[in-house]
Design a protein around this ligand. Structure first.
Ligand SMILES: [Fe+2]
Length: 282
């Protein structure tokens, strides 16, 4: 059967069907998947929950796995796979103000590293009965549709990415000493050029981008607030309604994501994740 690739929205994303996850992919399937990944920035593949071993094997088709920062989430047998559980286990764990849940903040994975992961591969292992969608926003499209004057004003700016920033609504997880040592502040261009497509996108992580180099706090905050409002416009977004076993693979170089953290207390929400190694943004 020939794989079928259909867009999921006007903003980004495509659904892949007729792909047999049990068999090794043919060269033509691989090339179709890679092309679709670069064109749509996100692929959704329906499946059943895989073992961590098989999930790691699947993800490795798209790139080299990168070890993730937070050790306590590593799977014991396959540590390149992290298990992410976002269940509200008690009523107290779900704040009234859902902005205080870190996952609700827009971000791109891993930007606190010099070489952030180029892509994230995520599979749903348990999903709540309502809510819990992952929202994506296309920062390539957002850049392309900016007025030319704004594009040229921000084109050469450099941003400082920190493990945490006072700009984010919620605080990041506590780190061990080893993890703290791996997360010194890094600088990335605010507009980056994709290595494979050569297209430019805004590389701004609202959960981690602290400030613009050479600007005072107020000037930098004002600019980042304007960019935030622009990149999170609805027209650039796609919201993914998870089904059990769905695998998403997305491009962190040109997408932001956040989670609708409004889902019932006590219902398990769990995913497995592999990050794929990327290059230094330029
Ligand atoms: Fe994330």
């Amino acid at each position: 059967m020939v794989i079928k690739i259909e867009p999921l929205s006007d903003a980004l994303g495509a659904k892949v069907t007729n792909l047999n996850l049990e068999k090794e992919f043919s060269d033509s399937d691989l090339s179709a998947l890679n092309q679709a990944f670069l064109k749509y920035h996100l692929l959704c593949i329906e499946g059943n929950p895989l073992s961590t071993f098989n999930f790691a094997k699947f993800a490795a088709v798209f790139g080299e796995p990168q070890m993730q920062l937070l050790r306590h989430r590593w799977d014991k047998e396959n540590p390149e796979v992290s298990i992410l559980e976002s269940t509200y286990k008690t009523p107290e764990s779900k704040p009234k103000d859902l902005n205080l849940v870190r996952l609700s903040g827009w971000h791109t994975d891993d930007s606190y590293f010099e070489k952030p992961a180029k892509a994230t591969v995520l599979q749903a292992l348990a999903i709540p009965s309502s809510g819990g969608q992952t929202r994506f926003s296309n920062t390539r499209k957002a850049f392309e549709e900016m007025p030319e004057t704004v594009k040229s004003n921000i084109a050469e700016l450099i941003a400082i990415h920190s493990y945490d920033t006072i700009r984010a609504n919620a605080r990041a997880q506590k780190l061990t000493t080893e993890e703290t040592n791996e997360t010194k502040d890094v600088q990335h261009p605010l507009v980056r050029t994709h290595e494979d497509t050569k297209l430019k996108s805004i590389y701004f992580n609202p959960n981690r981008t602290d400030r613009i180099v050479g600007m005072g706090r107020k000037e930098s905050d004002d600019l980042l607030d304007v960019i935030y409002a622009w990149v999170t416009k609805e027209e650039f977004q796609y919201h993914h309604e998870w089904r059990l076993g769905d695998i998403l693979i997305w491009d962190n170089r040109c997408l932001l994501h956040s989670v609708n953290v409004d889902y019932p207390i006590g219902e398990t929400r769990k995913h497995q994740r592999v990050l794929l190694k990327g290059m230094r943004p330029v």
